[in-house]
Design a protein around this ligand. Sequence first.
Ligand code: ADP
Length: 187
Amino acid sequence: MNVILLGPPGCGKGTQGAILATRLQTTRIATGDLLRAAVQAETDLGQQAQSFMDKGLLVPDEVILGLIMEVLNEPQAQNGVIMDGFPRTVAQAEAVAQLLASRGHAVDRVLTFEVPDDELVRRMQGRAAQEGRSDDTRDAFQKRLDVYQEQTAPLVEFYERQNLNVRISGMGTMDEVSTRVQEALDG
Ligand code: ADP
């Protein structure tokens, strides 16, 4: 099963993606995690990505697509993947459709997590204190919210037109949200 998790920064898709990956025994591809690992390891790709990430901007599509292709080619990705933080632009969505189709697969379900902005900002502030991510500053976070609205939110309609999208409230406890995820995938 190939599942895409959509939603603004701080909506909880990372947490739910990890729970889902365990439950479905499926590989989770989190582009944000892959990029942070590349930055940490000081690879060429990491160096290209870092300045975009720190400003809250999207990393260019070509960089992301190179990263994704590598992961999709791994044997454990052949049974399906949970995509968390990818695609984030229409160009990325079109690319993922093609990449899957060339392997005889397709996107099976898209889950969009909805959380109001004031709650997203509250969550970011809590996480910033714990994790110290360089893009969890107030300015970079606001930029990430704006970039989500401009470049990623159009994907909700893109997938609604294909009848693939299910909207889920990301409010409530982790267990409550996880139950909604399960229902959305069963339904
Ligand atoms: P969040 O969803 O909380 O913003 P992520 O860890 O998913 O966090 O992403 C962090 C940053 O990594 C983004 O702000 C962006 O710069 C970069 N990034 C992650 N995924 C992508 C992607 N698919 N396309 C472009 N940039 C990405």
